[in-house]
Write a protein that binds this ligand. Structure first.
Ligand code: MV4
Length: 488
């Protein structure tokens, strides 16, 4: 593989190109008219404009991306995350064009893109699943019978779902019909597929996911877990590795289950198997993400493995050089997603110009970003500006370093989730490890950030006044030498 096109933008496009460059592979960037000046465009050896800012006219135009590959003699496409990364049709088109898709085969993407197909595929692989049904349901009476059997509360889920869309909690039989109709109509409009199914609702789960790597020769390994419970509206904000609740035994069990899930769909490349962990530390398979994930750096920090390099090696047909028994967890890593969102105003997108932008420079701190001072955050894409990653010998160190790094991070012009990061790192529930996916709902009080900011502003004002008084004192012109020019 001599030349890779990265069909993405922002921090992930840069991150992928860095590993490619390190391996001596040429890079091609594609971009929309909104990203002409973007760092990923300047970093690449070659860059081609795909079209107008909306993704549907640029980053999502499959044939255009493939055309660029032919023109520039590209032999591999890395899709990053989002955009075309989990599009089986795209993976197939790439393959048909004689280009290597750096990711799994189309059929694995397709199976895991449907929750019901995924359940069906892993059925004979001894994977723990939440009690429920494995087929689409439309009949309300049948749904009521099943719900009565598994017991309320239940959760209605869309088979094609993602990001919580089409998901409905039902607490009692009286609500079932209405919630089912809502879930079906939401799933139909969002995914063009109204298939829904029912599961027992796990009330206070932690979200734990396992990173896997599989080569084309049948070797599959796992790279331990990431804990991603700190999220709001199905958008992760803080992730860490390892999770502070897994015992070595549970970690090994979940890792082995994740490997079996990958094997169930003949997985190739880097993938992530998502599990729910209930209050009694029982785990259940949720779904598999067939891409490199946003939060992959925390795994890289604790294992020392460059996941993008592994993806490229696997795509080249190489054998995995890493053996499961050689992998070990060293230290602890945290990641804060820095979004252009106002944590004081319900995390509303807050796009605009980055009038000031300075990243922290501390040992053990990694910043994966795709913006520079003076740039506009476009309204067309995900509002994530950067990922702030800290690494320490233990969790306490990683947390304390995260607080320092947030303090050093200077972003002006837009509101970001940086203060939310401080809030989380200072919170007892987070520090003690006693939290679940409801952390934001249960523990987040924006007023406390406001109070802290007010206190800081007051301290700054007092300090400023003091400095001003000192300066004034120094500048005071002695009365005796006062000039009388006015009087001349
Ligand atoms: C669940 C659940 C509780 N019980 N399934 C959310 C998105 C989709 N990937 C699966 N999700 C959930 N499935 C059962 N049976 C709770 C969630 C859930 C969740 C999961 C992981 C991380 C954050 C979440 C936030 C709300 C709900």
């Amino acid at each position: 593989m001599k030349k890779i096109l990265v069909a993405n933008r922002g921090e992930i496009a840069l991150r992928v190109m860095r590993s490619a460059q390190k391996m001596g592979i040429k890079t091609v960037a594609v971009y929309s008219e909104a990203d002409r000046q973007a760092p990923h465009v300047r970093f690449a050896d070659e860059a081609v404009c795909l079209g107008p800012p909306p993704s549907a006219q640029s980053y999502l135009v499959m044939d255009k991306v493939i055309e660029v590959c032919h023109e520039l003699e590209v032999d591999g496409i890395h899709p990053g995350y989002g955009f075309l990364s989990e599009n089986a049709t795209f993976a197939q088109k790439v393959e048909d064009a004689g280009i290597t898709f750096i990711g799994p085969r189309p059929h694995a993407i397709e199976i895991m893109g449907s929750k019901l197909a995924a359940k069906e595929a892993v059925k004979s692989y001894d994977i723990p699943m939440v009690p429920g049904i494995e087929e689409a349901i439309t009949d309300v009476q049948k749904a009521k019978d099943i719900a009565a059997e598994i017991g309320y509360p239940i959760l209605i889920k869309a088979s094609a779902g993602g990001g919580g869309k089409g998901m409905r909690v039902v607490n009692a039989e009286g609500e079932l019909e209405e919630q089912m109709n809502r879930a079906i109509s939401e799933a139909t409009s969002a995914f063009g597929d109204g298939s829904v199914f029912i599961e027992k609702y796990v009330t206070s789960p932690r979200h734990i996911e396992i990173q896997v790597l599989a080569d084309t020769h049948g070797h599959t390994i796992h790279l331990f877990e990431r804990e991603c419970s700190i999220q709001r509206r199905h958008q992760k904000v803080v992730e860490e590795a390892p999770s502070c609740v897994l015992t070595p035994q549970l970690r090994a069990e979940m890792g082995a289950a994740a490997v079996r899930v990958a094997q169930a769909c003949d997985y190739v490349g880097a993938g992530t198997v998502e599990f729910l962990l209930d209050a009694d530390h029982r785990f259940y398979f949720l779904e598999m993400n067939t891409r490199l994930q946003v939060e992959h750096p925390v795994t890289e920090m604790i294992t020392g493995v460059d996941l993008v390099e592994q993806q490229i090696r696997i795509a080249r047909g190489e054998h995995l050089q890493i053996l499961q028994e050689h992998l070990q967890i060293t230290g602890h890593a945290l990641e804060l997603r820095v979004y252009a969102e106002d944590p004081m105003d319900n995390f509303l997108p807050n796009v605009g110009e980055l009038t000031q932008y300075e990243i922290p420079t501390l040992d053990g701190v990694r910043v994966d970003d795709g913006y520079e001072a003076g740039m506009e955050i476009p309204i067309y894409y995900d509002p994530m500006i950067a990922k702030l990653i800290t690494y320490g010998t233990n969790r306490e160190e990683a947390i304390s370093l995260m607080k320092k790094a947030i303090n050093q991070y200077k972003i002006e012009g837009i509101r970001t989730t940086l203060p939310f990061g401080t809030y989380v790192c200072d919170h007892d529930a987070f520090i003690s490890g006693d939290f679940d996916t409801h952390f934001v709902k249960n523990h987040y009080q924006p007023e406390q950030i406001a109070a802290a900011e007010k206190q800081e502003a007051e301290a700054a004002a007092i300090f400023g006044k003091f400095i001003f008084a000192q300066a004034e004192e120094k500048l005071k012109v002695p009365t005796s030498t006062q000039s009388n020019w006015k009087n001349r």
